[in-house]
Ligand binder design. Structure first.
Ligand code: DAH
Length: 345
């Protein structure tokens, strides 16, 4: 018996010493195989238990168990240390240079349409125009009828409409119906508002037209508003939007809700009017439609045309961005290719 106890004692001392040398996960596994596994030295010693007499067995068995538990505990402690050693080893092997700059994070930006819209709102804000938020879902009456589009008038066809399953309810084809809402809400007080927002047209998507796009409408109604006021406001806008010294010109046009109606051009911001590819060698770029509010529309808005007059204008927001940032295809705006959004934003 004392022989076995001695062997156990010697084995414990040997094992503890060997464990202190193990400094990697592999080494600790090898140690386990050598001492604690079924093929290990501990098992070999325990086989000797069978040779002992019944009286001797419990005491030696208990001693063996104590040694086993002691070795298992020692292994666990050693493994925790090894883990720490290995982390430190890996860190120093990687040689992290804490002075290196961090990786740049991609930062989100405002959409180009939003940026341009805010710019336009800011410019007209400085001229005393307030933002009026009008609905995108409209009635046929407000989108067309009250704006003096007569039934069956070909001007309706110019604005291919998205209808809904509810009769007379449509998606607005332009921001102009907001004029009616603004006038009815604030009339008969004088008003000066701009109305930015989404519009929808059931058109083929091409480089020049999208099904969904943004416009900004402008409307001023008062007692002595003249065409000169319109000119002054738009010239100021052109200078603030496209640069100091810009010229504008008016071409006669037709819209049912304005009389007279005009289309407004700015001298080409690329060539300054000399003629280039962007302005198709005309020296001018079309930026918006405008006119004096038609008396019928004033009346529909609740103003007496004998006493009140007004001007209105409407422009495509993407179009302003396209001119300003030399974008030649409107489809880029809502394709959501971040390379475009990043460049133009
Ligand atoms: N609503 C017109 C369009 O979508 C643009 C427009 C033209 C608006 C003249 C106006 C205006 O207010 O006076 O084509």
């Amino acid at each position: 018996m004392s022989d076995l106890l001695q062997q156990l004692e010697a084995l414990q001392a040997e094992a503890i010493q060997a464990l202190a040398q193990a400094d990697s996960s592999e080494a600790s596994e090898a140690w386990y195989r050598e001492y604690l596994s079924r093929q290990g030295k501990m098992t070999a010693v325990l086989r000797g238990l069978g040779q002992l007499s019944k009286e001797e067995r419990p005491a030696v068995g208990q001693a063996a168990n104590t040694v086993k538990v002691a070795l298992e505990t020692a292994l666990q402690e050693r493994q925790a240390m090894i883990k720490q050693i290995e982390i430190e080893r890996a860190l120093s092997a990687e040689g992290i240079d804490v002075t290196l700059p961090g990786r740049p994070q991609a930062v989100g930006k405002l959409h180009p349409t939003t940026t341009t819209m805010r710019e336009i709102v800011e410019i007209f804000g400085q001229m005393g125009f307030q933002v009026y938020d009008a609905r995108e879902v409209e009635t046929d009456a407000t989108n067309f009828g009250l704006l003096n589009f007569l039934p069956g008038h070909p001007a309706r066809d110019m604005q291919d409409t998205f209808f809904t399953t509810t009769p007379d309810v449509i998606l607005r084809t332009h921001t102009s119906p907001g004029q009616i809402h603004a006038m009815r809400e604030y009339g008969p007080e004088p008003i000066r508002v701009i109305l930015p927002g989404k519009c929808y047209r059931n058109e083929d998507v091409t480089a020049r037209s999208e099904m969904m796009f943004y416009q900004v409408e402008g409307l001023a109604v008062g007692r002595n508003i003249t065409f000169s006021d319109l000119k002054g406001v738009l010239l100021n806008f052109a200078n603030m939007m496209y640069g100091e010294g810009r010229k504008i010109r008016f071409r006669k046009s037709y819209f049912p809700f304005t009389e007279p109606s005009v289309e407004v051009d700015v001298d080409c911001i690329i060539c300054g009017g000399k003629g280039c590819r962007i302005c198709k060698h005309s020296g001018w770029l079309e930026i918006l439609g405008a006119g004096m509010v038609h008396p019928v529309v004033l009346q529909n808005g609740g103003y007496d045309p004998a006493e009140f007059s007004g001007f209105a204008f409407g422009m495509g927001i993407e179009r302003q961005t396209m001119l300003k940032r030399s974008v030649d295809d409107i489809r880029y705006f809502y394709d959501n290719d971040v390379r475009f959004l990043d460049r133009v934003a």
